[in-house]
Design a protein around this ligand. Structure first.
Ligand SMILES: [Zn+2]
Length: 142
C-alpha cells in the first residue's frame, strides 16, 4: 500500500483527525519538513529566476540559492511593505512567479552583490571600494 493510499485510509477512518495527524507527523519529522521546504523553495526559485534572469548581473553567479531580485531604481523595501499590507508577503521573485508582478525594474543579483549595490547606492563615495570575486566556482545547484 502506498503512502497516499495509507493517508486516504487514515482520513476515511479518522475524518476529523487528518490535520492533527499531519501536525504530529511534522513535529516528529522536523528534518524531513525542513528538507521538503528547502527543495520546494529552490524549485520555485529556479522557475522564477528563469523568468527574471538566471545569473547575477554583476558577478555571474548562477547558483540559484543566493540569487535575489534587485530593484534597479530602488524601492524594493516599499514594494515589500505594500505586499505585506495586502497580505501577500514574500520575496519579489515569488510575486513574479505568481504573476502578481512583471519583471519591470528588476534584475538579478546574488546576495553579496545585492548588499554591495545597496552600500554603493546609500554611500556613493564607497562605489568601487569593494569587488566581488569568485575564489572557487561552486558547483551549480540544479
Ligand atoms: Zn553577484
Amino acid at each position: 500500500m502506498s503512502a497516499s493510499e495509507r493517508n486516504a485510509r487514515f482520513r476515511e477512518r479518522h475524518p476529523n483527525n487528518s490535520a492533527v495527524y499531519s501536525r504530529r507527523w511534522r513535529e516528529k519529522n522536523p528534518e524531513k519538513v525542513r528538507a521538503a521546504n528547502l527543495a520546494r523553495t529552490l524549485e520555485e526559485k529556479r522557475r522564477a529566476f528563469a523568468i527574471i534572469g538566471s545569473r547575477c548581473v554583476r558577478c555571474g553567479c548562477d547558483d540559484v540559492r543566493p540569487l535575489e531580485t534587485n530593484h534597479v531604481d530602488g524601492g524594493g523595501s516599499a514594494e515589500a511593505r505594500e505586499r505585506i499590507a495586502r497580505g501577500v508577503g514574500g520575496p519579489t521573485w515569488h510575486a513574479v512567479l505568481r504573476g502578481e508582478r512583471t519583471t519591470d525594474g528588476l534584475n538579478t543579483l546574488c546576495r553579496l552583490c545585492n548588499a554591495l549595490e545597496y552600500v554603493e547606492r546609500r554611500f556613493p563615495d564607497l562605489k568601487g571600494a569593494w569587488r566581488i570575486e569568485w575564489l572557487v566556482r561552486p558547483s551549480v545547484v540544479g
